[in-house]
Design a protein around this ligand. Structure first.
Ligand code: ZN
Length: 86
């Protein structure tokens, strides 16, 4: 049956992964680029700035990680949902 595979896909209880975002303190030595403003997300001692790290999935496939300044993430209207703190 040519439909066997599709049926198995549909009945699979494997969870489809969705993009998600998390808010973290910027770590010393961090040197990543913000995908929103294209500026470096820098650690500054004394200023406990946060960054948003997003795991990006498309159709259940992991596409990679995107980094944002916390402010930039809000400015781009939280494309991957409200970031969770951890
Ligand atoms: Zn930025």
């Amino acid at each position: 049956m040519p439909t066997a595979m599709a049926t198995r896909e549909m009945t699979s209880d494997r969870k489809v992964q969705h993009s998600r975002a998390a808010c973290r303190l910027i770590q010393p030595g961090s040197w990543v680029r913000c995908v929103h403003c294209d500026d470096t997300i820098k650690f500054v001692a004394r200023l406990r700035h946060k960054q948003v790290v997003a795991n990006v999935y498309q159709a259940g496939q992991w596409q990679g990680i995107e980094h944002f300044h916390e402010r930039c993430y809000a400015e781009s209207c939280s494309p991957y949902g409200d970031p969770t703190d951890y």
